[in-house]
Design a protein around this ligand. Structure first.
Ligand SMILES: [Zn+2]
Ligand SMILES: [Zn+2]
Length: 186
């Protein structure tokens, strides 16, 4: 903001400009003009050297829009009895996972918030070790054929399988941004 061009001690203009608010240097007038301004709305930031470079409200608005775009572009389901994720409003206050639609409706009504038109469905994913990935991570960036020189892969594979088999019902919910389910009619 308020860019000032720098001059040499002899009075010759240089290509450098500084922001009139924070004093940071730039190699263009445009760069110095944009400094200390929100990169969403272009208006001055509330505080100097705000490295997020956005007003909080502008950031939330941008998140809300991108959430809504994802809803618009998703496949719409008429019904769903699994877990769902809701982030309507983008304020973070209502951002939450629910075991099912009924739980979500109850929670939102308790908060006296408005019900969303759609929410994303979630996949239920068991916590499982990925044997191939563990070995890949181990040998990547080591030396050629290092995997072939490892001993005990079979035993380790069996241990991983035994571990996974014992933990099939330990799951987490993963948002599926490609599918949303209808909650209320507009
Ligand atoms: Zn600045
Ligand atoms: Zn802004």
């Amino acid at each position: 903001m308020n860019p000032n061009q720098l001059f040499t001690s002899g009075g010759t203009p240089t290509i450098f400009w500084v922001c009139g608010i924070c004093g940071r240097g730039f190699d263009s007038q445009e760069g110095a003009s944009r400094c200390c301004c929100c990169d969403v709305c272009g208006k001055p930031l509330d505080k100097k050297r705000d490295y997020s470079r956005r007003h909080r409200a502008c950031q939330l608005e941008r998140e809300r829009k991108s959430y809504e775009e994802r809803i618009v572009n998703s496949e719409k389901l008429e019904s769903w009895d699994g877990p769902v994720f809701n982030d309507v409003g983008g304020s973070g206050d209502e951002r939450d996972y629910y075991a099912n639609i009924d739980d979500m409706i109850e929670a939102i009504e308790d908060k006296e918030c408005e019900l969303p038109e759609y929410v994303f469905v979630c996949d239920t994913v068991p916590l499982q070790l990925d044997f191939d990935r563990i070995i890949d991570d181990l040998v990547t960036d080591t030396f050629d054929d290092s995997e072939d020189q490892l001993s005990g892969l079979n035993e380790f594979g069996n241990a991983v399988k035994a571990f996974n088999d014992k933990n099939t019902d330990v799951c987490y919910w993963c948002i599926d941004y490609s599918r949303a389910v209808k909650i209320k009619t507009k």
